[in-house]
Design a protein around this ligand. Structure first.
Ligand code: CTP
Ligand code: CA
Length: 227
């Protein structure tokens, strides 16, 4: 026999999760994107929901089916993702698992960019996208009590992630090695390091579903210890 509270330790906890890539349009028919599958963020949204949380998932374009019992908001670009996240506030917890495009095209073309005979290839100018995790982490009345980010790194994984956590102002960061040989990006497994203010906790290589369960349990433990 389990009491309701141990089965659903996150009952009533409002959680915002971002997942997937963003697509940044060049013109009406072309975009720039990345290889994120959205699997880790979707798995986290599902396990948080299973522990009783009230979950909003703001998702970029993915091939995944929506997690059961989760409020899914589909967006395309980073700017749309930010607006959807701000709409979802207030929240108790924010988990930014999306691979947000760092840049968008400075001036989108309203019409399809055409090839012209004997002319040079176009030059693309970029501007930086808003940093959703950093914005959600800013101190203020709307800041979720627990803000968690990911750090996708291809070298010096823990060192880079420790400074990334401080730069962004989030509470925890999950660092992952996304070097092509690890198969993390788009794959089914992840090797993560959980970094908080007290240090680094290395997790074994595990499936993205198992990592989602481990993170959700850790969040539930954290909340019960902090009431
Ligand atoms: N992130 C975000 N909005 C952005 C860029 C990143 O919310 N515009 C979030 C990601 O969801 C992730 C964390 O910030 O939780 C770190 O993303 P990452 O790409 O590793 O870090 P960046 O700060 O963009 O630095 P860089 O890509 O240069 O390593
Ligand atoms: Ca980035």
């Amino acid at each position: 026999y389990f009491s309701t509270s141990s089965e659903k330790p996150l009952a009533g906890i409002k959680t915002l999760v971002t997942a997937g890539p963003t697509h940044e349009a060049l013109d009406p028919v072309r975009y720039i994107a990345n290889h994120s599958s959205g699997k880790q963020g979707y798995a986290i949204a599902q396990t948080m929901q299973q522990l009783g949380a009230d979950v909003t998932l703001v998702s970029g374009p993915t091939q995944l089916s929506p997690p059961q019992g989760v409020n899914v908001i589909k967006i395309t670009s980073a700017e749309e993702m930010l607006a959807a996240c701000q709409n979802a506030l207030p929240a108790d917890i924010a988990i930014c698992a999306a691979a947000v495009a760092d840049w968008r095209i400075a001036e989108q073309s309203e019409q399809k960019i055409k090839k012209k005979n004997n002319e040079e290839a176009p030059t693309l100018n970029f501007v930086q996208n808003p940093d959703i995790l950093a914005i959600l982490s800013k101190p203020g009345p709307k800041r979720p009590g627990l803000v968690i980010g990911f750090a996708a790194e291809t070298e010096q994984v823990t060192e880079n992630a420790i400074s990334k956590r401080e730069r962004k102002g989030c509470d925890w960061i999950l660092a992952n090695d996304v070097s092509p040989e690890t198969g993390t990006f788009g794959g089914d497994e992840n090797t993560l390091f959980l970094i908080d203010k007290s240090g680094v906790d290395q997790w074994h290589k595990m499936t993205k579903d198992a990592a989602a369960k481990k993170l959700s349990k850790r969040i539930a433990d954290h909340l019960t210890l902090n009431v």
